[in-house]
Design a protein. Sequence first.
Length: 104
Amino acid sequence: MRVMRVRLLKTAQLDLLACGDHYREIGGAKLARTMLARIKGPVRALGDHPEIAPAYELAPGVRRLVVAGGVFLVFYRVLVDIEVLHIRRAEREPVTAEALNEQR
């Protein structure tokens, strides 16, 4: 099995930037780096195990990976590559099918 490339779409990139900004503001640069690493590590690992996460019931073709001890949800789809659509805090309002389908 080949290792798949993991691509963060613009929305996911913006989500990561916002996450880094938030943790930098509340706890400094070290906390921000730690939290981003807890997100990025499992996201990178998707290249080796793209089917690890279950399907997301609200959007066909999208999977939802729980990372950072349940603090974040990573929404992605497996095509030729793995496309990460959104990275959201778990306690936020659930992402809608419309928001995920905008990425097509």
